[in-house]
Each structure stands twice: as structure tokens, then as C-alpha cells.
Design a protein around this ligand. Structure first.
Ligand code: GLN
Length: 306
């Protein structure tokens, strides 16, 4: 007899809790203070049924897990060709905050590393938006993916902004090449706020399933992004979502995924499942140790490999 889903998830989460290696991100002061034992796992089906286990009501910030969704909105709002002229889709094989540009023209390498993601944030909505309007719009769009109203952890955002200078340098470089046309300070403020949007592991599983569902939220039924945009975003997640570990990840787990430095990770397998995991201790690349373990266990036992 097959194990029922809740017990199956419980077991994966219990196994993952044994691993105490890694440590929470320290470069964002507020992130260094989190309880490193928090661990949660969730799964959303195409019919919108969500199963979860562990600390599944704990709120954490999306951080880089926000990047694919905001890139999707930029593609939807401005068109794929227009965005391709500004942000490339080549894997960088580098760390998330490296200066990673096309040497010929300075174009950001891809939308999953910080330079491309900060640029993508400036390309959502209407070009005439104020920074505050753009942020409100970003949170509303992320909420559409989650199927409920999300909010921002302002304390964490402000804590990250105290150390914003590297991201500011990336934004200034993109600005100097005219890929960003707003003030770099505004771009980094907006992007950092977007990263501080807080969700539970259940929200993130629904967001993942929306991507796995051709862009339609499985709970609200809202078509958040068109199917061809969705396909593009999943391809870029597969090649660039896990930064310099993207190759390892795609060979081992075999599904498009994106992680965030808060300790979250999600994976989306088209037509099948949205998965999400959370635990703050990170490996050297910056991925959640237990999160990677849980998603790999799910992928192997459910035979999710592409
Ligand atoms: N907000 C973080 C940053 O820009 C996101 C990084 C991440 O999650 N890898 O540094």
C-alpha cells in the first residue's frame, strides 16, 4: 500500500531535521537571528490541494525566491523580446551577487542573479510608476501567485538595506549601461523590499504550483501569467535558478527550482506538482541544507526527475 501524502511528507521532514550542518546567512543581520531549527515542507497539487508538515505556519522572507515571479511579471508586462534585449538568459555559473554581465555590452547575464533581478524589478508595471507604486505592484503580483494578500517584513528589509552597497554597485553598473533607467538607490530599495515579502511554506508551494500550472493559480483560478511566459521562466529556473550549483541540482533533483538566502527553496514540475521547503541553515553556495535534502528526497521517491 502507498504511504498517504501527509505521513510521507512528515517522514521526509523528520529525516531532514537530523542534519545540523551549515549556518544561517549572516550578511543580513536580521536573518542571522532566526531559529535555525525551523523546518517545513509543503506540496501543492494541480487541483490546488496543499499538504504540509513541520513549521508550516512560520513566516519567512522570499529573498531570491521572489526573482522568477518578478521576472515573469516583467515578461508579461513588457513582452519577452523587450526584456530579452535588457536581461540575458545565459547561466552565469557564478555566485548570486557576482558582477555577471555580457562582456560585449554589459547586459546582465540572467534574471536569477542579483544584477538581473534588480533590473527586472525596474521593468514591471508601468514605466511612470514611483518606487513606492512599483513595490506595491510587485507585492500585489506576488500575492496573485500565492492566492492571498502577502506583506513585507519591513524590519528585515531595513536590516538588509544597511548593507546594500554591493547591490547598489550592481544597480549602478546596470544604470551606467542604461539597462536600468531609474535611480540605482530606488532600484535597490524596491528589489530589497520585494525580497522581504513574507510567506509560509504553504504559500510558496502554491506559488510554485502556479508556475507548474501554466501560470494559472490552482486555488483562485486567476491566470497570473500567460503560458509562454511561464515556459520561459521555468527554463531559466532550470538553467540558472541554483546559481553555481545549477548543474548539480538539475542532474540530482531534475526539476526547475529556485532558492532564497532565508533558507527557502521551491521546485515546479509542469503539470505535476509545486514543492516548497524551508530551513535556515545554508550550504556554501547559499542553499538551504535541509531544503535541498527534502526536495531531493521528494524528487527521488515521487520520481519527479525530468
Ligand atoms: N536579498 C538578497 C540579496 O540581494 C537575496 C539573495 C538570495 O536570496 N540569494 O542579497
Amino acid at each position: 500500500m502507498k504511504t498517504p501524502i501527509p505521513e510521507y511528507l512528515d517522514e521526509i521532514c523528520r529525516n531532514a531535521r537530523r542534519d545540523t550542518s551549515g549556518s544561517p546567512a549572516e550578511y543580513i543581520p536580521e536573518l542571522a537571528n532566526v531559529d535555525p531549527e525551523k523546518t517545513a515542507l509543503a506540496l501543492c497539487t494541480p487541483a490546488g490541494k496543499v499538504y504540509s508538515t513541520g513549521d508550516d505556519e512560520h513566516l519567512f522572507t522570499l529573498q531570491s525566491a521572489s526573482k522568477p515571479f518578478i521576472y515573469a511579471i516583467a515578461l508579461r508586462d513588457r513582452g519577452i523580446d523587450a526584456i530579452d534585449d535588457i536581461i540575458d538568459v545565459e547561466p552565469s555559473g557564478e555566485r548570486f551577487n557576482d558582477i555577471s554581465v555580457d562582456p560585449d555590452n554589459g547586459r546582465p547575464r540572467n534574471p536569477m542573479i542579483n544584477m538581473g533581478a534588480i533590473t527586472a524589478h525596474t521593468l514591471i508595471g508601468d514605466p511612470s510608476m514611483t518606487p513606492q507604486e512599483r513595490v506595491d505592484y510587485a507585492i500585489a503580483c506576488l500575492s496573485d501567485f500565492a492566492g492571498r494578500d502577502l506583506d513585507v517584513n519591513v524590519k528585515l528589509r531595513d536590516s538588509e538595506l544597511t548593507g546594500r552597497y554591493r547591490n547598489l554597485a550592481l544597480a549602478a553598473m546596470a544604470r551606467s549601461n542604461n539597462y536600468i533607467t531609474v535611480e540605482p538607490e530606488d532600484a535597490v530599495w524596491g528589489y530589497t523590499t520585494q525580497c522581504a515579502t513574507q510567506v509560509t511554506v504553504r504559500d510558496l508551494a502554491v506559488m510554485a504550483m502556479t508556475l507548474a500550472n501554466g501560470g494559472k493559480n490552482p486555488i483562485t483560478g486567476k491566470e497570473v501569467i500567460p503560458r509562454q511566459v511561464c515556459r520561459r521562466v521555468l527554463s531559466v529556473m532550470a538553467t540558472c535558478g541554483m546559481y553555481d550549483a545549477a548543474g548539480d541540482w538539475l542532474t540530482s533533483a531534475g526539476l526547475p527550482a529556485k532558492s532564497g538566502v532565508s533558507g527557502c527553496i521551491f521546485g515546479a514540475l509542469p503539470g505535476q506538482v509545486g514543492l516548497s521547503a524551508f530551513s535556515p541553515r545554508l550550504d556554501e553556495v547559499g542553499h538551504s541544507v535541509r531544503g535541498i535534502d527534502m526536495l531531493e528526497q521528494c524528487s527521488q521517491s515521487m520520481d519527479l526527475h525530468l
